[in-house]
Design a protein around this ligand. Structure first.
Ligand code: ADP
Length: 801
């Protein structure tokens, strides 16, 4: 039905119009003012307007011009209805305001009705035309759409990628043939099942989440995920979808594609894996833990389980096993335990170890399995582990196969190819380098440690290489020889070591390992003769020599030997005399004269006391050594004491020797000393003076004051002592003539004991040559303080020294 708008301010007029137009059977709309008319026009589509000219407020002309101003209403025909004016001007105004016709009251109802019906018809016609035009356009569009759809289907089918479309709510509604082939399914199945079945379970949540987000927001979808190919292997794909929108902007379809990026992705992953593995390998010097961590890293990135076997003591031992499924690690370990080096294995680690060649089995078929399996148990394990594909690569260090790394695919269903093998080989190469580095480092470290040890040992150690160049010279060697390391190392031993030619010939060199017997050699070092005990050990890089300065030991050893000789001689002489005298006295067949009897008895007494003296000296010396000799310091009269000693000496003076006392002063102070010990010192010096004057001479004892000391001076005209020996004669057991070439016996203890006793009372003792001939021994003993008269101090031996 068509609308006809009737506008008049008077209802009766409206009614009249209604009466006239009703028979047309159209829908009549009424308005009682211009505003009312405009309102009606906003609400309804109108075919023609009958407009009263004479209206209060907006009159007909004004209303008409407003209608004509509006885009939506300007084409609506307006018929003015008026009673008042028929003049031309009014009519002109009506037409210029957009009227198509004029009817004047009173009007002929038939004329009005037919006029109106013309416009209605016109309106209906134009509407019909419009409808038809739209229909045509739609048909054309549909055709176009069909064509373009065909075009993009064609495009989709010609693509190397999987192409698909989905409805706005995300349901798959088309996949190209490539996708159907890839998954070896049918179009219908594929479209019905969607992607969920073929996406790797690990990637599924991410896919769902992202796809949903795109569906919700209309943002393009993009994701990288693994899709399971018909052969069961998962391959990485880049999947993308873009929304197609209608004019209003809402999504009408999703256009998607899946691009196989597996090769690129794996190459990237391999690269990343190698970088990480490299960092791990380079980061540790414990190659066992490093290799174990490489096995760990490989799972699941390049394998479902991996194993590292190393050659140790000639056997292949499993160092690490890693399995993607912890529940299966036991099987993998069992396999490793039983078959790491089966000699019959034609495949796997033992074979790789033997040949040094990598092994790649892209697909383990049932036939292949039977061929590979060593026995049923093995077969069972391999089945349990679900071997799909594997590769074994050798670890080669310094040209030798030192181990094997194995990678196995099972759960993931992946098939190893040449690229994977290349990656595994690269990894093995890096791992082997790491092992090599670790070993080298350890060697260097061991050497450095050895060098540190060598620095701290007391023995001199040096290394002379095959070329005769000194390569090592430790601190002790520096100290013992005075030769600085910088002056020795790197130079020819012949040039820098004084006795090298001698040494290299004489020093026995043991083959390493093995104890070397040492050679003792004298060596002139810094103007002193030193005795070195030196031995050498030969090894690959040259000879290591170790030496010790045994000059002191040697001297001690000599002294010990001398002591044994002298003491036994010293004991034997008096013993022989006593024994001889006693035997003579004991004879019955001899009637001894009284004088002889007495003489023999005297010999026994004297020699016994000599024996006692020797034994006493030994005892005192050992007490001094042990710090057990007691010293009782008291005030002693030096002169009286000396006189008593001289008197005793005079009782057995040899011929040609005289002993004289000379006291330089009358106010000689008392001395602070242990009287008995001081007596022993003086007695010893006087005895020596007499003893070492075999050709006779005067022995003079002089007492004098020297500052806070009383000095005893004992001079003789005897054998004398070379100045170089002045220090040494005070050493224990030291004798100038150990073998008694001059026939003068002694233990070498007298001066040692004297020095020690003098030291203990804070005195001094030394020797000087006597003018012309013989020696002068000096002893200085502290004078006793007056206030200390009578006081006795008891000091432990050694405490005052
Ligand atoms: P000994 O029992 O041998 O006399 P001593 O310790 O008393 O031991 O003396 C050490 C060495 O010093 C003696 O062996 C001797 O060679 C030398 N000696 C000591 N006194 C004299 C001296 N007055 N004249 C020469 N040599 C002496």
């Amino acid at each position: 039905m068509t609308n006809v708008l009737l506008v008049d301010d008077r209802p009766e007029n409206l009614l009249a119009l209604e009466g006239i137009l009703e028979p047309l059977g159209q829908n009549l709309l009424y308005a009682q003012s211009g505003e009312d008319a405009l309102r009606q026009l906003l609400l309804h589509d109108v075919a023609v307007i009958l407009l009263d000219v004479q209206m209060p407020e907006l009159d007909g002309f004004e209303t008409a011009s407003l209608i004509k101003q509006r885009e939506r209403t300007k084409h609506i025909p307006i018929i003015f209805v008026t009673a008042i004016s028929k003049d031309e001007q009014q009519v002109f105004r009506g037409y210029s305001a957009g009227a198509v016709d004029y009817v004047f009251k009173p009007f002929n109802p038939d004329v009005l009705r037919s006029k109106v019906s013309v416009f209605i018809e016109l309106h209906e016609k134009s509407e019909e035309l419009q409808r038809q035009a739209e229909l045509l356009k739609e048909q054309e569009l549909a055709e176009l759409r069909r064509e373009s759809e065909e075009r993009y289907r064609f495009l989709a089918e010609s693509q190397p990628d999987q192409i698909w479309t989905a409805t706005p709510n995300g349901e798959l509604d088309y996949v190209n043939q490539r996708a159907v082939d890839y998954f070896e399914t049918s179009f219908t199945e594929m479209v019905e099942a969607g992607w969920t079945n073929v996406v790797h379970p690990e990637d599924l949540p991410r896919r769902l989440e992202r796809w949903q987000r795109s569906l919700d927001t209309g943002q393009p979808y993009e994701n990288e995920l693994r899709l399971r190919r018909a052969d069961g292997s998962y391959r990485w794909h880049l999947t993308r979808a873009l929304p197609m929108r209608d004019r209003r902007g809402s999504v009408v379809k999703w256009f998607g594609s899946n691009t196989d990026i597996d090769d690129r992705k794996r190459a990237e992953e391999a690269q990343r894996f190698l970088v990480e593995a490299g960092a791990t390998l380079g980061g540790s010097l414990d190659y066992r833990s490093t290799l174990a961590s490489v096995a760990k890293m490989a799972v699941p990135r390049i394998a479902d389980w991996s194993r590292v076997d190393m050659l140790e003591q000639g056997r292949l031992r499993t160092l690490a096993v890693q399995h993607v499924d912890p529940a299966k690690i036991e099987f993998a370990l069992e396999l490793a335990r039983r078959y790491p080096e089966d000699p019959d294995a034609r495949r796997g680690p033992p074979n790789v170890l033997r040949t040094g060649e990598s092994e790649l089995v892209p697909e383990i078929t049932e036939d292949r399995l039977a061929e590979l399996a060593v026995d049923d148990f093995h077969l069972g394990l391999v089945r349990e582990l679900g071997f799909q594909s594997y590769m074994c690569v050798p670890l080669v260090a310094r040209g030798r196969v030192i181990g094997v790394i194995s990678f196995v695919s099972a759960e993931s269903g992946r098939r190893y190819g040449p690229d994977d093998l290349a990656l595994a080989e690269e990894l093995a190469r890096r791992a082997a380098t790491a092992v090599e580095n670790a070993q080298l480092y350890r060697e260097v470290e061991e050497r450095a440690q050895a060098a540190r040890v060598l620095e701290t040992v007391g023995d001199g150690v040096f290394l002379v290489d095959g070329e005769g160049i000194v390569r090592l010279w430790n601190r002790a060697a520096e100290a013992l020889t005075g030769l600085r390391r910088d002056d020795v190392v790197g130079r020819s031993a012949e040039d820098v070591l004084p006795v090298w030619d001698h040494l290299s010939v004489r020093v026995p060199v043991a083959g390493a390992p093995g104890p070397a017997s040492a050679e003792t050699l004298p060596l002139e070092l810094a103007g002193r003769e030193r005795w070195l005990s030196i031995s050498g050990v030969g090894f690959d890089e040259g000879t290591v020599y170790a030496f010790r300065d045994i000059t002191e030991e040697r001297a001690l050893e000599r002294i010990r030997q001398d002591l044994v000789a002298t003491v036994s001689h010293e004991l034997r002489t008096p013993l022989a005399a006593i024994y001889g005298s006693a035997l003579t006295l004991a004879r019955d067949d001899l009637e001894l004269e009284d004088a002889l009897h007495e003489k023999l008895m005297e010999v026994i007494v004297e020699e016994s006391s000599r024996l006692a003296d020797i034994v006493n000296d030994l005892l005192v010396a050992s007490q001094l050594d042990a710090g057990r000799l007691e010293v009782h310091i008291e005030r002693c009269d030096a002169r009286a004491l000396t006189e008593a000693v001289i008197a005793a000496a005079r009782t057995h003076l040899p011929e040609g020797v005289t002993v004289e006392l000379d006291v330089g002063t009358n106010d000689l102070p008392l001395v602070a000393a242990d009287e008995g010990q001081l007596r022993q010192v003086l007695g010893n010096l006087i005895d020596n003076a007499v003893k070492y004057s075999p050709d006779g001479g005067d022995v003079r004892i002089r007492l004098e004051r020297s500052d806070e000391y009383v000095r005893f001076r004992v001079s003789d005209e005897g054998l004398g002592i070379p100045p170089a020996e002045h220090g040494r004669i005070f050493e224990k057991f030291y004798r100038l003539d150990p073998h008694m070439a001059r026939g003068i016996g002694g233990t070498g203890l007298g001066l040692y004991i004297s020095r020690e006793l003098v030291r203990r009372v804070k005195g001094r003792i030394w020797v000087e040559p006597n003018d012309g001939q013989g020696s002068v021994f000096y002893v200085e003993i502290p004078a006793a303080a007056e206030s200390e008269a009578g006081r006795k101090l008891r000091i432990e031996a050694g405490a005052g020294s």
